[in-house]
Design a protein around this ligand. Structure first.
Ligand SMILES: Cc1cc2nc3c(=O)[nH]c(=O)nc-3n(C[C@H](O)[C@H](O)[C@H](O)COP(=O)(O)O)c2cc1C
Ligand code: SF4
Length: 448
């Protein structure tokens, strides 16, 4: 009897394809090939799987809209988003390092389901270990004769945050810079031309890693864990002011308190952010169940399940300034209101942190959260507005207290993660990031 495939994140890395197939791997792709594309999509739809890349969009719905184009004679593609750039998140790298075979199988099932002649896994070049694991898994799948594996390409991309934005990722796969497009991938996909829109499925690593067991063991088995509207487990990252940071797989519906306080050992969390695209989460929300709809009803979002925790010792103005700097730097500048607005937010926050700010800075900051989204191509400034406005609302007194009074708190690291040790949970923040400039170049010296 093969082991159940439902745990996404094995304790130890799966060493090779034989170890994966011995544990039941490969059965999902076999079943998908047996039942055909329509029934494969139906199984994924019935499972209730929702995207783990940030928005929680139903995967079956995404696949069926793209598959329709293939049925009408069009070309389709599949692209796996392995860019993992959301601050505070490390789960995709953990999944790729520990079981890349499962990801490769998930991508091949998606490729078959939407009738795509080719599929891509787009991963950051900087993730040296993880990308090698994925390349090895892909090569092993080709050698083992897995259907479609020879038409699966692993593409290496840049370190920029926007590489993970789905339309920018298509640009990178096409050999260009990570600049978001006007049209989403399901409307204008890879290598699209006027007469050939080539709708493309873009799915996150964790989303696709869920697919093999859904096919192998059925939608009902998948639904046995999690909640009705958010079935399955999710792989969460917790870093910041906690005792035991790390990457944890838990059933959806588990409370945020269980994850952050009981498992990760946060003693006095005052602010929690789930990446930089949602409002700040305050301690009164700790009993929220970890599921997409509960977070949305509370006015926030789970993002890609990465939580950065800030304790009572933190200066929340400094936290907001650190996050605003990240967003201002990563904005690509195709939309003026976004680049200028995020830059201005960063400047006003820096003035407040330095004790040089006044009421006008706070007012201007508030104004920029209203206008930064004007004419936006992508979601980055929407997230920026939500996040910074929520800090102003939740920590208004801290902002007023900074007028004429420089921050004396310890500097806050940019939660851009380089590593989370799987054994010790030790977190390494990107030591180069403080040198990154708003034009994406790097200063040669700390001061430059
Ligand atoms: C600025 C920005 C950065 C993003 N970065 C990532 C990322 O690193 N990884 C990811 O999977 N999704 C990222 N997303 C979300 C993707 O655009 C897309 O929604 C997701 O890959 C869809 O996969 P899913 O349906 O499986 O969740 C980002 C979105 C934005 C706006
Ligand atoms: S909204 Fe901002 S990040 Fe997105 S494309 Fe426009 S300038 Fe670039």
């Amino acid at each position: 009897m093969p082991a159940s495939l439902h745990a996404l994140l094995p304790d130890a890395a799966v060493v090779d394809l034989a170890a994966y197939t011995d544990a039941g791997g490969g059965r999902g792709l076999e079943r998908a090939l047996e039942i055909g594309p329509d029934a494969t999509i139906e199984e994924v739809r019935r499972s209730g799987l929702r995207g783990r890349g940030g928005a929680g969009f139903p995967t079956g719905t995404k696949w069926s809209s793209v598959a329709e184009a293939a049925q009408e004679g069009g070309t389709t593609y599949v692209a796996c988003n392995a860019a993992e750039g959301e601050p505070g998140t490390f789960k995709d790298r953990a999944l790729m390092a520990r079981n890349p075979y499962r990801l490769v199988e998930g991508v091949l099932i998606a490729k078959h389901a939407v009738g795509a002649p080719r599929a891509f896994i787009a991963v950051k070049e900087r993730f040296t270990h993880e990308r090698q694991r994925v390349v090895d898994a892909r090569d092993a799948a080709v050698a083992a004769g897995w259907e479609g594996a020879d038409e699966l390409k692993v593409v290496f991309g840049p370190d920029e945050y926007l590489f993970g934005e789905e339309s920018a990722m298509l640009e990178v796969i096409e050999g260009k810079l990570p600049l978001p497009r006007i049209m989403p991938p399901y409307q204008a996909g890879l290598f699209a031309t006027m007469g050939s829109p080539n709708p493309t499925v873009v799915n996150n690593v964790e989303t696709l890693s869920n697919v093999p067991s859904i096919l192998a063991e059925g939608a009902e088995a998948f639904r046995a864990v999690g909640t009705e509207e958010a079935p399955g487990t999710m792989v969460f990252t917790v870093v910041g002011d906690v005792e035991t940071p790390g990457v944890y797989e838990l059933p959806l519906g588990t409370s945020l308190r269980t994850l952050v306080c009981e498992i990760a050992g946060a003693e006095d969390p005052q602010a929690i952010i789930s990446g930089v695209s949602n409002t700040v989460i305050t301690p009164d929300l700790l009993d929220l169940p970890l599921d997409f709809d509960s977070f949305a009803e509370a006015g926030s979002g789970m993002g890609s399940g990465g939580f950065m925790v800030y304790g009572a010792q933190r200066d929340m103005v400094q936290v907001a300034a650190t996050l605003a700097r990240f967003l201002a730097i990563e904005s690509c500048g195709q939309c003026l209101a976004c680049k200028l607005g995020t830059g201005a937010m960063w400047e006003h926050l820096d003035r407040l942190v330095a004790g040089d700010g006044d009421d006008t800075d706070i007012q201007e900051l508030r104004n920029h959260t209203q206008t930064v989204t004007d004419g936006n191509r992508c979601y980055l400034p929407v997230g920026a507005a939500l996040l910074i406005r929520s800090f102003l609302i939740e920590f208004g007194d801290a902002f007023t207290a900074r007028i004429g009074s420089p921050s004396t708190a310890e500097p806050v690291p940019v939660p851009k993660l380089l590593d989370v040790d799987p054994v010790t949970g030790e977190v390494t923040y990107d030591p180069e990031y403080h040198r990154k400039r708003a034009d994406w170049s790097y200063a040669e010296t700390d001061g430059g």
